[in-house]
Each structure stands twice: as structure tokens, then as C-alpha cells.
Design a protein around this ligand. Sequence first.
Ligand SMILES: NC(=O)c1ccc[n+]([C@@H]2O[C@H](COP(=O)([O-])OP(=O)(O)OC[C@H]3O[C@@H](n4cnc5c(N)ncnc54)[C@H](O)[C@@H]3O)[C@@H](O)[C@H]2O)c1
Length: 283
Amino acid sequence: MKDLAGKTAFVTGGASGIGLGIATALAQAGVKVMLCDIEQAALDEAVAGLRATNADVAGVVADVSLKDQLREAAEATLDAYGDVHILVNNAGVGGGGAYGAWTDASWDWTIGVNLMGVIWGVEVFGPLIERHGQGGQIVNTASVAGLLSGSGNAYNVTKYGVVALSEGLRVELAPRGIGVSVLCPGFIRTRIVDSGRNRPDRFADDQPAAAPAGERLAWIENLRTRVDTGIDPRYVGELVREGIEGDWPYIFTDAEFEPIVEARFAAIREGFGRIRDRVPPTG
Ligand SMILES: NC(=O)c1ccc[n+]([C@@H]2O[C@H](COP(=O)([O-])OP(=O)(O)OC[C@H]3O[C@@H](n4cnc5c(N)ncnc54)[C@H](O)[C@@H]3O)[C@@H](O)[C@H]2O)c1
């Protein structure tokens, strides 16, 4: 999408962090932005802050893990702005827990927000982008954790899912005039480590989780430090704006994890190498 000015975007998780960075960059490019978030107070603050810069933005509260709420948010967007051209499925939570510590509720929460929220965003907004015939762009926020798996936790599983969905939709939606990009950030300075602040009651664990200790505690502390000293989310927003203009398939924020992704590709190549010369029996 070359001409962003005057278009409309719907950005989930728009009240803080990367979503707010994307909403800001798009608004500065003249895009009308509907910010969607589960957290009312943060959303009000974000909308007020952007309006103070004369941006044409509005806010709508919705839990992306509930399809009906996304449908209502879409209606509110059409009422406010007429058409939607850009969908940014960005809301996400750092939920899950490592092997041995995970619970049914933590899997349901993480899958519900990070994966089903993206799937339903596409389902609800895809036809709205298609119907005006002016083309559009979908950006799904995954993570570098969608391309490499440091642990088998729910977060990585959902992010691999978002990468798979985005790569497949890119092929499927191109003939319909919709580009699809997947955003795979590294460490960004946001509130992701405090995702529990927005955990809906229906995903509450039956029993309080044991306080992390030992290696797990060290892992969490390191994660918090990396996020707290991470890349400015406004820079990520600028990259996403550029990615939308250029229809980039993958939007990375930095190259820190490139060697680890390369190592994964090498392991996959090695797997093929083991059986390449064999002839599998068929029929
Ligand atoms: N921060 C990082 O280092 C990093 C790295 C890779 C990927 N990501 C991804 O970036 C995205 C944005 O996260 P962030 O880092 O900006 O964190 P953040 O916590 O600052 O922002 C996430 C936003 O999503 C909203 N949200 C949470 N649950 C929601 C729900 N059910 N419905 C609607 N909104 C909901 C939150 O209220 C918040 O405003 C996520 O998908 C995350 O997985 C973040």
C-alpha cells in the first residue's frame, strides 16, 4: 500500500507497547486509526495522547479472544470511519509457563489471545477490507519466538501459529488485493512481562501458581531486563509503516536472532540430508 494518507487502520493491543507504536506511526502518516484494547484506562490515555497531536484516532474496548467483541469493534470502526484498509493483529500476552508449570487455563489464555485473536481478526476484518476494492494490508504480530523455539511453551506455539497463518494467507489473499506481513520483533521495551494485568477471569488458574525459583526465576529476570532495555516501540511502529508501504512478508526489528534461526534451518536441512538418498516405498 503506497498511499497511506486517508486510509483507515484497526490496531489491536493499541493502548500500549508495540501496538501504540504502530498506531502512532500510522497516524503520523495520515492514517485514521481505531485503537482496540482490553484495557480501558490505558486505551483512553493513548487515544487522548494521539489526539493531542491532531491525529484522527478513536478507541474501542474489546477482548480479541472473544469473536463477538471483535465483531462489535468492527462495527464501531465502520461507524466511525466507513471503510477499513489496514488490520494490525497485534494484541498478545506473554502467557504460558514452562513444561511442568503449565496449566489448562494458561494454554487457553495464550492460545485464545495470541492465536485465536489473530485468526478471528482476519475472519472479521478480511471481508471488510475486500469489499471496498481499494486493497489493503494485514499485519500480524508474531515474534522471533515464532521462528525459533527456546522452550516448548505456549507462547512459542502460538507465535509459530501466527507465522504459519501469515505465510499461508499471504499467498491466498494476494489475488484479492490484500498483502499480508508478519511482524517478528526481538526484545522491545513494553509491558509484555506484566501481561497478567489483562488476564480475563475466565482464564484464571484454579490454584495460584507456585512462585518461580532457580533457573526459571533467573530466566524471567533476564527476560525482564532484556525487555526493559529493549528497542523503542515507536521505532517498531516506523518499521511496520515501512513494511505496509512495501508489502514486506517479514518485518524484523533487529538481526540479533538471525544466527539462531539459521541454525534451525541448518538442523532442518540436516534432517532432509539423512533421508535424501533413500527411496520411500509407495502404494
Ligand atoms: N515486547 C517484546 O519484546 C515482544 C517481542 C516479540 C513479540 N511481541 C509481541 O508484540 C505484541 C504486543 O505486545 P507488547 O510487547 O507491546 O506488550 P504490551 O503488554 O505492552 O502490549 C500488549 C497490549 O495488548 C493488550 N491486550 C492484552 N490482552 C488483550 C486481549 N485479550 N484483547 C485485546 N487486547 C489485549 C494489552 O492491554 C496491551 O495494551 C504481542 O503480540 C507480543 O507477543 C513482543
